[in-house]
Design a protein around this ligand. Structure first.
Ligand SMILES: [Zn+2]
Length: 293
């Protein structure tokens, strides 16, 4: 909450002066100033667009996110790149928001393959969320073992379900679709074990909101190409990038940077320790954006 600013009453009345808009970070009324680096001028919208296009040409759009890409509201990118618009392919079912949240919890600290497997296994052991809530914690843990951190994730999931039932009377998060980004953040953050990154992923993938999660890969790249000051932490990086990256580019840029970060050793600073053959044959398209290159 922002405190109202106290105005100093001038003791001596000044002669009228031309009104100059004071230079200060943009603070819109009622909203907290949420860019921690308001004077850091990058990334620019043009740079975001250029990197999106460079990474798209380099990797193609990552398959693992294609299903969510198809659910995104239309953008000029669709026409330019021949994407199917807002349609699911045969066999693709639209996930519920609760499915999405649990999937995101299961994806923490593990690979895509393992977390997918854990979710499938959970759903086959317990077909409904009511079944999960009624189950012994040990049984839930056993069903999600392949995703790692099973006891932590099981208790997080069970806590979400019991809080939801208590507050809303049913195991359903679809009501979030009608809320604003800030309201959704407030709702999801109430669950124990749900941090800003999980919230941002649910916003972007499962609620089709314009948000830009910062995971380890995105964070490393953002520092490498000086999108944030060198000493930035992950949360401030999240706040800064969400302010600066144009909304319509957030989804594609995020998926592409994440994929690039997983694959590129240069961008994640692993290159100093281990110069791979691939990185020489296939130079990183982000090199030209690094300040030292
Ligand atoms: Zn790279």
């Amino acid at each position: 909450m922002q405190k109202p600013r106290k105005r100093k009453q001038p003791e001596v009345r000044q002669p009228p002066q031309p009104r100059i808009k004071p230079a200060r970070p943009s603070i819109s009324l009622g909203k907290p100033p949420n860019d921690p680096y308001p004077t850091h001028p990058r990334p620019t919208p043009e740079e975001c667009r250029a990197i999106r296009d460079d990474l798209l040409a380099f990797h193609g759009f990552p398959q693992e996110f294609a299903k969510y890409r198809r659910q995104q509201p239309n953008s000029s990118f669709d026409q330019a790149h021949g994407f199917l618009k807002s349609e699911l392919l045969d066999g693709e079912s639209k996930e519920t928001v609760l499915d999405g949240l649990v999937k995101t919890v299961l994806s923490q600290n593990t690979t895509e393959v393992n977390s997918e497997r854990a979710f499938e296994s959970l759903k086959s052991a317990f077909p409904t969320w009511e079944d999960v809530l009624a189950a012994e914690s040990k049984c839930i843990e056993n069903s999600i073992r392949s995703g790692g951190l099973a006891p932590t994730k099981a208790s997080c999931i069970k806590n979400i379900l019991s809080c939801l039932l208590e507050k809303k009377g049913k195991l359903c998060l679809e009501y979030l679709r009608d809320l604003s980004v800030d309201e959704i953040k407030a709702e999801l953050s109430q669950f124990k074990g749900i941090g800003p990154k999980t919230v941002a992923c649910v916003l972007m993938f499962h609620l089709q909101q314009d948000d830009f999660p910062v995971d380890t890969h995105v964070f490393e790249i953002a520092k490498a190409i000086s999108w944030v000051p060198a000493l930035a932490d992950r949360n401030k990086t999240y706040l800064h990038l969400n302010k600066r990256i144009p909304n319509e580019l957030k989804f594609d840029l995020n998926c592409l940077l994440y994929t690039h970060g997983k694959l590129c050793r240069r961008c994640t600073k692993k290159v100093d320790k281990q110069q791979t053959k691939e990185s020489q044959d296939n130079p990183c398209p982000l090199l030209k954006y690094c300040k030292n290159s």
